[in-house]
Design a protein around this ligand. Structure first.
Ligand code: FE2
Ligand code: FE2
Length: 257
């Protein structure tokens, strides 16, 4: 990683963490943050499960087991965010009901992620399928994201006020997520060192760190283009569902799972 990338990484990570912390502390913007994380965390589950099955077939039982545990952790993370949303009487938008394109004919902005487009630049969606994905990519690309997520989640949890039981529960939930993400980064690092010399691991990590910096810049660029407006990912809880009453019990079950 060159010096400029390093500086941009520090600035970019700091700014993104600050922005997330600010958004989750503000009750107005909190639902959208929770929804974004619910989608990201739950969305990674089928991907990780397929990778686990593939790795088992390829004969790496150690990695297959780590990936299976990783998938079940991410499922639980998604549930913690969904639960936090439900307590606010909100749920994630139903993507099936979203228009494919806006009235101007542009793809609906909730269906694309400038961050991921930049992060995986040069890879086609075909190449990114878990059945065929190059193993250096599936170890190094999530490694960087997990490593940063563990710190981001801890920061976000720490700005949540403790006075209210609902927020206190959410804080405990997010802190437990942060701990899991540290574990995910650790096994992914170990997985890389099991397959390649340390110098090559470092080179790979540097490459993905640079990609993360570029992806953050792309995300900020797109945010500026929209005048700072983020597309809404939440809707009111359907009338058939009731917001949770016994919040403490159900969230601590999720944390202890
Ligand atoms: Fe997670
Ligand atoms: Fe994770």
């Amino acid at each position: 990683m060159n010096f400029l990338t390093h500086v941009l990484h520090l600035v970019g990570t700091g700014a993104a963490a600050y922005n997330l912390a600010r958004q989750i502390r503000d009750p107005e913007t909190r639902p959208n943050v929770l929804a974004g994380f619910q989608l990201a965390e739950s969305g990674s589950v089928p991907f990780l499960e397929t990778l686990s099955q593939r790795t088992a077939t390829e004969g790496d039982a150690w990695l297959a087991e780590k990936l299976a545990k990783h998938a079940s952790d991410e499922k639980r993370h998604g549930q913690i965010f969904a639960h936090g949303l439900k307590q606010l009487n909100k749920q994630v938008v139903d993507f099936k009901n979203l228009p494919q394109t806006t009235s101007e004919g542009q793809p609906d902005e909730r269906r694309r992620s400038p961050f991921f487009e930049a992060y995986f630049e040069g890879y086609s969606s075909e190449q990114l399928k878990p059945e065929v994905l190059d193993w250096t990519v599936f170890m190094a690309s999530p490694y960087i994201l997990e490593l940063d997520a563990s710190k981001d989640f801890a920061r976000m949890a720490n700005v949540l006020p403790e006075e209210e039981p609902t927020t206190r529960n959410l804080k405990q939930g997010i802190l437990s997520i942060a701990k899991d993400e540290t574990g995910h980064a650790a096994y992914l690092y170990e997985a890389m060192t099991r397959r390649m010399p340390l110098a090559d691991v470092q080179k790979l990590i540097d490459e993905w760190r640079t990609r993360k910096v570029n992806a953050l810049l792309a995300m900020v660029g797109s945010l500026l283009q929209r005048g700072g407006r983020t597309p809404s990912l939440v809707q009111k809880l359907a009338s058939t569902e009731t917001p949770d009453e016994g919040t403490a019990a159900s969230n601590s079950e999720l944390i202890a799972a």
